[in-house]
Design a protein around this ligand. Sequence first.
Ligand code: CP3
Length: 346
Amino acid sequence: MELKNDLILRAARGEKTERTPVWLMRQAGRILPEYRAVRSSVSGFIELAQTPELAAEVTIQPVDLLGVDAAIIFSDILVVPEAMGLPYKMVEKKGPWFPETVKSAADLKKLSVADVESDLGYVLEAIKITKKELNGRVPLIGFAGAPWTIFCYMIEGHGSKTFSNARKILYTDPQMAQQLLQMITDTTITYLKAQIAAGADMVQVFDSWAGILPDDHYETFALSYIRQICDAITEVPITVFAKGAYGARKAIGQLNCNTVGLDWNMDIQESRQLIGANKTLQGNLDPAVLYADFATVEAKTKTMLDTFGPDRHIANLGHGVYPDIDPEKVKCFIETVKSYSPGLRK
Ligand code: CP3
């Protein structure tokens, strides 16, 4: 299938683009009333994610309604622990909750490296349907959580400000931590490869809880596993988004990845220096800017574009779009990127 718009793939590979491509993390779901309508037709998030036709429908909504340059498959990072033997629930207004968690090395015996085709076949099916329905309009992004972030949920069982139980294990039973992280990594590599085989045009690894680790732990318990993933994924461009990993930016720049995601607190020029000229950077408007008036959204987006410059940039927010943002503000962000991209003025 020939892609009609492959801006994001070309930007990821470091090729010149007529303008900066743009998409939003967490664009599928959360903000669109059209998403909530589909979601309320089923029992909740999990049923929606496990129904490939509906998952495909909400994946494509932001392409039609917002005009983004890529779709991201509607799923969640937590399907990986579930496929390894740790099911989760999505509690309304509270977020994910795991009835069972990993407490000791003995619990690892109940888990296994997932059989992706059978345990996550519904995601692969959703990717195939989405690709067909997109009909080459824009590329489709596949994704997975980074092993450290998945480990956090498997140990803690729910969201947390500190993930102190997960961090405790790194000091009390580092061997068990390494074992579990390796199982997650092995599952993730097979899972991303299966997403690519099903049709994903690029993939992103989300390390949402990178920022809570000190630098030495980040290298040992997080980056070393991301490195394995980047070395294994050679088929399509891969993006690493490690939120809050300030001290690791230089090392992330040396990974076998094409794109590095920046959060909104990462200084753009400093990050470019640390990461080097050979990576594409993605980001990084403060998601809270979209609460401001239209003129401010436009002005802040223009400043961001000017700071990144015309090449090797994929415009995005510095983290996922917040659920209570007005979709019109999101459109303003997207339209500003499309009309103001530095590449247009070269
Ligand atoms: O556009 C997309 O990115 C859609 C696919 C997607 C979802 N979750 C759907 C979802 C992606 C890429 C994710 C990633 C994800 N999930 C991350 C990493 C990115 C980040 O934001 O840091 C994390 C940490 C999770 C875990 C998770 N899933 C939480 C904490 C929650 C509850 C809070 C919330 O609303 O995001 C979820 C639920 C979830 N995942 C929803 C969606 C659309 C909301 C469920 C609903 O419809 O109520």
